[in-house]
Write a protein that binds this ligand. Structure first.
Ligand SMILES: Cc1cc2nc3c(=O)[nH]c(=O)nc-3n(C[C@H](O)[C@H](O)[C@H](O)COP(=O)(O)OP(=O)(O)OC[C@H]3O[C@@H](n4cnc5c(N)ncnc54)[C@H](O)[C@@H]3O)c2cc1C
Length: 417
């Protein structure tokens, strides 16, 4: 039997290990003390803290769906919920998400300006854009851009939206036509097209439940930060243990520092140039409300989103009284404790700080040449039995299901997998 090392026990590494475990001798290395990566959760005072975001599951990929539900009991271990998302506008109005479908709820002057925008968009036809600002303006018009898209996305990206590339966009944002926007407003249509318009959530322990189940039957070494991967005589030495092949689900940025025995000189600078954002996830209790996600364009505070994890499962709320639930208040990049506390005072729903976690790598940024460079590196390394898959190995804006699909695709290349 082949011996295969898997680096990283996030969704990608655990999926890979499950897919390979019957045909190979697998060792999974995880640098943290607990498995899960970005989907990791912790119990604090009885409540569930999603240490990054507030992960929910769904997929439109039939292969992933079939594989996933063979690992879990859909009816006993999960429940399905329709997304109920909302935008909290600075004037105090709460508009359902996505805003372009609910423009009929805006004040009269804004509605009239939006109608003018739609007429202009319809007459100007489609045009080529190369940055996020132009994409949003040509898709939704200037009025909604100024009211919501610009202030919200500036908090998410922390830069001018003309500097945000659009390579990551495909399939990630609604792309309605003018006709669809008008139809959706006439008919009060909520967005149903996207993968999390309805989602599955675990009865207990949130997304940590997924990680824990995906670890069944695996040999996982936690607290094992792999520092050296060397190709020697056709075998891979991973921190002095010898393997036939390696599946790397960590961060591509680490590869230049840990890989030996393969000439990857040409990739060093492009890898170093890759950019990303981090996220500060602030675990809070907030006022009870009916929402799943709350989007916040208000410039008075830096947070862009509240994920109402307390509404996903009762067991997430520990011993909180019925008028309070748990939630993750999200900020892009690293926010100091003092800034968090000062921000929370201005954020709606009376958030009360419990704890927070900063994850340095959460959102990969793709430039024009990113895909080509990574595909070329993957080809070079896979020819030697080193496979890369995962959100930060592929530098792709994957959801959990896309990470699973990517692992399935990558591992097809491993003989006998
Ligand atoms: C804020 C936010 C919200 C999200 N919400 C959702 C959602 O609701 N639904 C959804 O489907 N997806 C969601 N996602 C996406 C989801 O988190 C990812 O698709 C998924 O977790 C990626 O898993 P991964 O294994 O590829 O990467 P990671 O989770 O980053 O795992 C990589 C693992 O490798 C380990 N590692 C790295 N280097 C080494 C090393 N040298 N040695 C040993 N171990 C190492 C790390 O410690 C980590 O555990 C969200 C993402 C973010 C950022």
């Amino acid at each position: 039997m082949k011996r295969i090392a898997i680096i990283g026990a996030g969704v990608s590494g655990l999926t890979s290990a499950q897919l390979l475990k019957n045909n190979a001798d697998i060792v999974v290395y995880e640098k943290e003390s607990k498995i899960g990566g970005l989907i990791r959760c912790e119990r604090i005072q009885g409540s569930l803290f999603h240490t990054c975001g507030g992960h929910v599951f769904n997929t439109k990929n039939q292969q992933v769906l079939d594989w996933f539900w063979q690992m879990f009991d859909k009816n006993q271990e999960f429940h399905k919920t329709d997304r109920n998302s909302v935008i909290f506008l600075p004037n105090g109005q709460h508009i359902p998400y996505p805003i372009e479908n609910f423009a009929y709820l805006l004040d009269e002057a804004t509605q009239k300006a939006f109608i003018q925008d739609l007429l202009m968009l319809a007459s100007s036809g489609s045009c080529q854009v190369d940055n996020f600002q132009d994409f949003l303006k040509t898709r939704f018009g200037n009025t909604l851009y100024k009211l919501y898209f610009e202030p919200y996305n500036q908090k998410v990206w922390r830069c001018s939206l003309t500097d945000v590339p659009i390579e990551w966009l495909a399939g990630k944002l609604p792309m309605p036509t003018v006709e669809e926007i008008i139809y959706n407003n006439f008919n009060k249509v909520a967005e149903k097209q996207f993968v999390h318009s309805a989602f599955f959530y675990e009865e207990n322990n949130g997304s940590q439940f997924i990680a824990d189940r995906l670890s069944d039957g695996l040999d996982i070494h936690c607290d094992s930060n792999v520092k050296s991967i060397e190709l020697k005589g056709g075998k891979w030495c991973v921190d002095n243990e010898t393997f036939d092949e390696v599946v790397f689900c960590g961060n591509i940025k680490d590869i230049p520092h840990i890989m030996r025995g393969v000439d990857i000189e040409a990739y060093l600078k492009p890898i170093e140039a890759l950019q990303s954002h981090g996220t500060t996830a602030v675990f809070c209790e907030i006022d009870a409300n009916p929402y799943s996600w709350i989007y916040m364009p208000d410039k008075q505070y830096d947070s862009h989103r509240i994920i109402c994890t307390g509404n996903f499962a009762k067991s997430n709320n520990g011993a909180l009284p019925p008028n309070r639930i748990t939630a993750t208040v999200e900020f892009t990049d690293d926010i100091s404790y003092n800034d968090i506390i000062s921000n929370l005072k201005r954020i709606p729903l009376n958030p009360n700080y419990i704890t927070h976690r900063y994850n340095k790598f959460t959102y990969p940024i793709q430039q024009k040449d990113t895909r080509e460079m990574i595909t070329s590196l993957k080809q070079k390394l896979s020819a030697r039995g080193f496979y890369m898959t995962g959100r930060f190995a592929d530098w792709e804006y994957y959801n959990m299901d896309a990470a699973m699909a990517a692992a399935m695709k990558t591992l097809k290349r491993i003989t006998n997998a």
